[in-house]
Design a protein around this ligand. Structure first.
Ligand code: NAD
Length: 464
């Protein structure tokens, strides 16, 4: 039997196995996570053994096309199911991952040719990945992770956020159908229809899962890291903005307004609190109000704290009911009616709960600081070691360098909304999985691969 015949037999066996498994699923959506894992395992072997990198490229392009067509529907469904964010911004987020998530082009090969032979090192698949996704970017993360993970030669079993499970199932089925219609294996992407913690535990315990990727809050990321399974963790942020007295205040005001109100501040990388030097604070606040922000009084701020946060034994946490709600609704909760704004502004001390707790709401606390050094000190405390995102408005290069070094975040943006940090209106690729805690940074296909070395010894293939 020649190699081609063997390949065809392997392919037929795998297809049959996958057909049997497919009976248990509807386009990749399974009732039981164990079946989802088994099916993805079979699909990944097929994907790796029988398909070329060019097939990955072709199928990823088809995923982009179908996702683009469905982006408005995804945005509408997310908005209806989660009750969070803004429809038009969700379309923009979906389009950003569709257009700017890199595919196979980021898988580079290193080669060394010498008298002792040829060495190549390549980015090979992990196998089957277990991916946990958040409620704040549900289809955005599924599309982004699918492109990156299958681009790396892997299969994926998703455990999605229960609060967005319907739209995630619809999205996964559309992508799944597209993969199969374009000649790819069934069950390359799968999920359990009803996501739960037991499914997460089964994923981390399964020997068929080679890598976990967690996108969401720190509770989840820490649980995955403790599981003993290799994990890429994309956890919470609380991005501070520092504004010094050299900043272009018109631009600063409009960019903070734009970034902090985008999708009602649901993005983990959105500006969450601002530290501004005292001598320019009044002007910044005035200009932000001119952009459309609604400034509330200190009394209203304390009233709002009681509504949108929960307090227990002096510890504050977010009242999830208010996450991602419109600024006008948030203002209505404290009796301010008919406010036409996308962002609430309040002035608070540096240790206020609005500064220290990740809110995910269009409420921007402004902290007035005497010096630039104080801005940096309080910003570092607020970022809380997440190493996620920070931004600065300044024309002073020394200040920018100093803050970047002190804050140590994965993304550091200067003189623009932090949105540009994930390529939305900025250079560079887009991802919805920013792995600060485990250090992979802005993930792409390369992040979900393992390096393998291949040798041809004794001067093989040399032409000199
Ligand atoms: P979440 O932590 O409530 O949920 C995320 C996912 O984790 C869900 O699928 C949920 O079911 C699961 N989960 C929750 N607790 C778990 C546990 N103990 N063990 C295993 N799984 C668990 O987050 P969310 O509200 O959906 O999303 C918002 C959070 O995610 C914010 O903190 C935001 O900063 C963060 N986030 C980070 C990134 C990033 O790239 N770093 C991207 C998006 C969101």
């Amino acid at each position: 039997m020649d190699e081609m015949m063997i390949k065809n037999i392997v392919r037929e066996v795998l297809m049959k196995a996958n057909l049997d498994i497919s009976c248990k699923s509807a386009q990749g959506v399974f009732e039981d996570v164990n079946d989802a894992i088994d099916a993805a395992y079979t699909a990944q072997r097929d994907w790796y053994v029988n398909y070329k990198v060019e097939d990955r490229r072709r199928i990823i392009e088809a995923i982009r096309v179908v996702s683009r067509e469905n982006a408005p529907m995804f945005a509408k469904m997310i908005h209806e199911e989660t009750g969070m964010g803004r429809y038009e911004d969700k379309i923009a987020k979906n389009l950003a991952v569709i257009d700017k998530t890199p595919g196979v082009e980021c898988l580079v090969t290193d080669a060394i040719s010498g008298d002792s032979g040829l060495m190549i090192e390549e980015q090979a698949p992990f196998g089957v990945i277990g991916a946990i996704t958040p409620s704040t970017n549900p289809t955005e993360t599924i599309i982004n992770n699918t492109i990156s993970m299958i681009g790396g030669g892997n299969a994926v079993v998703f455990n999605v956020h229960p609060g967005a499970k319907k739209v995630c199932a619809v999205c996964l089925q559309i992508l799944h159908k597209t993969i199969v219609e374009n000649g790819g294996p069934a069950n390359l992407i799968t999920m359990q229809r009803e996501p739960d913690m037991e499914a997460v535990n089964k994923l981390t315990a399964s020997p068929k899962i080679r890598l976990m990727v967690g996108t969401g809050g720190m509770g989840m990321v820490n649980a995955l890291l403790k599981s003993g399974k290799k994990t890429i963790g994309a956890g919470a942020g609380n991005p501070p903005v520092v504004v010094d007295d050299t900043a272009d205040l018109d631009k600063t005001a409009s960019e903070i307004y734009r970034g902090a109100s985008f999708d009602n501040n649901l993005l983990c990388l959105a500006e969450k609190e601002t530290f501004v030097m005292d001598n320019v604070a009044d002007e910044l606040i005035r200009k932000m109000c001119a952009c459309g922000a609604h400034l509330i009084t200190p009394q209203e701020t304390e009233q709002l704290l009681k509504v949108v946060f929960l307090e227990k034994d002096g510890q504050y946490s977010v009242n999830k009911k208010w996450v991602g709600k419109d600024a006008s609704l948030i203002l209505e909760s404290i009796g301010i009616k008919d406010a036409d704004t996308r962002l609430v502004l309040c002035e608070v001390p540096h240790d206020h709960p609005f500064v220290l707790v990740e809110q995910l709401m269009p409420v921007m606390p402004i902290v007035r600081c005497k010096t630039f050094e104080d801005c940096v000190k309080y910003a570092v405390i607020a970022e809380n070691g997440n190493r996620h995102t920070a931004s600065m408005f300044s024309k002073n290069v020394d200040h920018m360098t100093r803050f970047a070094k002190e804050i140590e975040t994965t993304i550091f943006t200067k003189n623009a909304a932090t949105l540009v940090g994930v390529g939305i209106g900025g250079e560079g690729h887009t991802t919805m999985t920013i792995a600060g805690p485990t250090g992979e940074g802005l993930t792409c296909a390369r992040s979900f691969t393992r390096r393998r070395r291949c040798m041809l010894a004794d001067g093989g293939l040399r032409v000199i």
